[in-house]
Every structure is written in structure tokens, then in C-alpha cells.
Design a protein around this ligand. Sequence first.
Ligand SMILES: C[S@@+](CC[C@H](N)C(=O)[O-])C[C@H]1O[C@@H](n2cnc3c(N)ncnc32)[C@H](O)[C@@H]1O
Length: 622
Amino acid sequence: MIAIAPQPQALFRSPAHALPYGMVGSTNRRPSARKRTSVGEQDSSRIHLEVHANTKSVPHHPKCEPSRSCYGHTSLDAALPSASASDNSSKKLRTASRSRRLGDAQVVYFSSPRNPSADCSSLGGTAEDAVVETLRFKDLGQECLICVRGLSAGSLRPEPSHHSDLIYSNDNVVILPVGGPDSGLLSPYTYSLDKPLRITVASGVLSGLGMFAKRSIPRGSVILAEKPVMIVEDANDAEHVFEKLERSVRVNVECLPDLTASHTHGQAPGMRSKTPQGIVKTNAFDIECASNLGEKKACKAIFLQSSRCNHSCGPSAIATFDASSLTLTLLANRNLKPGDEITISYLPVLSSSSLHPSVILPFSPPTSPPTTIGHLTPTFPSGTSVITESSSSPPTISSLLSSSSIPNSTNVPAIYLPRHSRRRLLSDVYNIDCRCEHCDIPWTEAASVHKSDRVRKELGLYNLVLSSDSLTKLRKKLAIPTFEEWCGDSRFSPDSLITVHSRLMEMREKEGLELTALADPRVSVGFQSGSNFDAQGEGNVNLKEEGWLKHADVIGMCFGALGDKKGFRRWVRKIRDVRWAMSMCGDGGSQEQIGHVKVLDTWLDRPETFPLWGWRAQKEGY
Ligand SMILES: C[S@@+](CC[C@H](N)C(=O)[O-])C[C@H]1O[C@@H](n2cnc3c(N)ncnc32)[C@H](O)[C@@H]1O
């Protein structure tokens, strides 16, 4: 298992750039002086919270879970980068060695990204043969305690990450109780943070707190970048690390929920029934740490804010982890409005195919690498038609699913499973009775469940077919050409490929799975059975399909090949915006994204520079 953030394969390839990366967008702004804005009052059964978001402040301390008491309350701010630390880091960003204009935003390249940004010290031996060490992120004024056998904090030497201070601070999000007395996990999607927000929450709401957007966040952009406060190799070491956490951090970590606590009998309710192991099991992200000597270890990391993200089967965010800077990044999966809940998917990335009706859970872990993702390149198509089996009436999805076209052993991302399988998986693996908006549907609405299941099944199938070379035969049966095939074969009508990909995009949007496919298969949260992705899951690394972006790429290229300036520009602009937002991610993929954005900008200016401009139109004489 290797923890690196996704580096989506790009359709629109650009020349390699040797420049060190790091960028500051024009929207970057310095954090305003922090004002406390929330007013928390608590009576015996309810909590009232008021947030005036237009004062641009940090959230009030989340008050732990409404249903549980805590050792004490301190502000979450105490554990987060202070305003002055942020100021320092922004100063650093501004004094970067050289900068230049790119599109409408300021890009800053760093001259020496290798300077270690952290120092460390040992806190002495504690857990059996492991030591607890401190890693200090100097630029952020934040510490992380590390207890990993065979990997010293010193050997991690995280590189500085190049996020702006805006996304290290919590200016984009607020942590609030989720739902109301009767609504369980219903999110307050409808409120506007321009007005004071008042939410009334009954004690005992299952899922306690959640993370919400405080402002509009465009698809693909970084919602939050965060460093861990503790990393353990084994949840059983958590106790030793908890003891050494700085008090304000420890209080916040102890406020995180422990799903195992409810199984503890004979103890007083509340924090005292929680255990450090239980807190780690419930909230830790599975990441991989890599030393500067190349050793890698699967670990569990606690992040104070991101650990508050609830699960959704149509998540509004995707989590990626960059091992070189030890940074967890949440990217917007769609365009977010103020008040939208920031959710991620806890679902394991792969499961055996439940596209095939005969396969039922529990599934076995993948034993061989999954399908690789075929990517298109804007090279001149070599050829002539390779599709020989296209028919005027392709088989229906149902007939394909019930036939033996899909091998039983096929792995599909679990997010495409039908509702009952996802729920079972979440319950078995994470002990969660999923109440996200895609699952919490009354039985009276069986038809909408059925419809959603069908859409996911179809998306799963297309995902498989479009990303796997070994399923070419099936792809041909479905009469879906690749871009190259479409270019080279006039039997495919000019808009046929655009129609297929537009439909898939719409289906993704409906199910809340826009950029989801970009999610790093190796970042997960919560309980780990160890069976779904672990060190043996090495083969998963290549699973990178691009979802929305992949469809947008194909549509954009089709318009280009048809010489349709308006359509081409419209789609190139959309792709450019998402790639630009993603380049702010600050991980290994940023430089690549900047390269794409530059090429896309050129094509926006002069569509004729697109290598296949009008190629199909010329060929067919229209
Ligand atoms: C990492 S925590 C998420 C933040 C948590 N709500 C809190 O108050 O801090 C994970 C826990 O949240 C709850 N949870 C998250 N997503 C859920 C969902 N879709 N349905 C039900 N419970 C969920 C479960 O209790 C789960 O163990």
C-alpha cells in the first residue's frame, strides 16, 4: 500500500515541467483576525448553536458530541494553526523565489521545496518496542506524535507543502452538530450562512458532529489541507500516545467519538467509557508513511478536523493523502454551497463484482491488480475502425449483466454497489448503520432505491468497460467507441460519443459521484477489517479512473475533432477550471495539473492549436 495522492492521468497531455511546484491562487487571502462567533447554550436535552458566518470567524468549539460528556472543553482553535503561524506561512509563500502570471491567478514556484519543514524529538520509549516521537511542523506551529515501529519521526522529514494559509486554517469549513431531533443525519442543506444560523439538536443524535462548508467551494478545489496530530502503526499503541499529547490537543482528540464505547458494559457513560484504541479505530484515516530511505508503513492517523467528516455514499468531498508532506487534503467532489455538509466515502474502493447478480458479499480481497485505466491521448488516431461488432441495437445493460460477460472475480469500486450491499458493507466493516441521504430512504420509496441501484450498476459497468483493456469485447458489444475509434470510423455518428459521455456525466451527478473516482484507494477512514485494503492491496495502486474529468475530456476532444469552437471552448473551460482547482492540492500532482492548465489555456485562446482540430470534420467533408 503506498499512500500518494491521486495523480489523474490526463487526456490533455502537456510537456513535462521540471519546475518545483507550489502555487497561490488569486482567491488566496490572508486569514482575518479570528472572532468567536458561535453561541453555545446547553440545557438538559438540546444544544442551540448560532453561527454568523459573514464575520469570517473560526467555529466555536464543537462541544464534543451532544450526547457525551468530555474531560473538559477547550477551543478547537488551540490545536489548530494559530493566526500568527498562518501569517508566517503566508509570508513564506509570498517570498517564494519566483512568480509569474498563469491565466487569471498568481502562480508561485518555490526554489527549494526540499528544505525540511519539520523537526522532531523523542519522547522516550513507551509502547513495547516502540517510541513516541514528536514531529513539529515548524511553519504551522503544529505538532504530531508518532509511534511507528521501524520508522522514526526523523526519517520522515516531511517536505513543506504548498497550500495557502486559507486552506490550512478553517476558513472554508465549520464543525457543527448534524441534523435535528428527528432527522438523524439529515444535513441542514437549506440554510444560508449569510444569515445567522440556528440549529437545534437533541442530545443523543447518532452522528454528533459534522463538517460544513462556510462558503461556496468550486468542484475540484481544496476544501481543507490538514496535518495529523497523531500517527500510530497499531491502534493498541494509542494509549501511550494519548498520554503524551499536548493537553489542548488531547482534549480535542478525546472528544472524537468511539463506536466501541457503547459496547462497554458497567462503565459510566461518556468519555470515561471511551478508549484511545476505540477513538483511533473510529476516526483514524489509513495512510502510509514513507521514510526518506524509502521504507513504507501502513499507519493510522488522527486529524482534528477531517476526522469529523461523516460518510456519504454520494460524498461531497474526496480525501487524498500526500506522504511526502504528511498532508491530508479534502477536495470538493462537486460545486459546494455554504451550508453543504462535507462528507467523504468510507467505503473500501474495491469489492468483488456485485454487478453480477450471483455474487454476494462478503467479498474477498483482490488478489491480482485490478484493471488499469486506459487513458486517451490526443495523438493522431493510427487508424481505421477496430470495431467490428457494433450493431444498430446494442444489448441492454440488464441482458449483459445477466449474461456471463463479466467475470465473477471482477473488482468494482464498492461505491457502485446497490444500496443493500453498501449498507451491509458499512455495517460489517465500520459498524455503521448508514444514514446518508442516498441510503436513508423510506421503504415506501422503493422505486427510487431501485432507480439509484440501477444507475450505480450501470455506472459501475461503464466504468469497468471504459477502463479495462481486457473488456474490449464487452465495450464493443455496447457499441462504445474509444475516442480514437470514433475519430477513425465514420459509422459512429458525429455526436454518438458525446451522447454516451454526457449521459454518464449526468448519471454521476445524480448519484453524487462526480470526481469520486479520483479518490485515492489507499486513504480510508474508520474501522478497518484489514481485509479490504492493506499491504497486500499493493495491486490497487493503478486504479485511477477519472469520472467526471474523463467524460469531460472525451466530450471536449470530440468537439475539437468536429471543429466546433463553441462546444470545444465550453468544455475546455470546464476542464481547465477543475484542473486549476486541483492544482492547488499541493501534492505530487500539482505540477502536472499546472502543465495541463497551461495547455488548456492555449487551446482556449486558439482552438486551432488543438492537435486534432477539425480532423473528423475534414475527413468527412463537413
Ligand atoms: C469519523 S466519525 C465522523 C464524525 C462524527 N459524526 C463525530 O461526531 O465526530 C465516524 C462516526 O460518525 C458516524 N457516522 C458517520 N457517517 C455516518 C453515516 N453515513 N451514517 C451513520 N453514522 C455515521 C458513525 O457513528 C461513525 O462511527
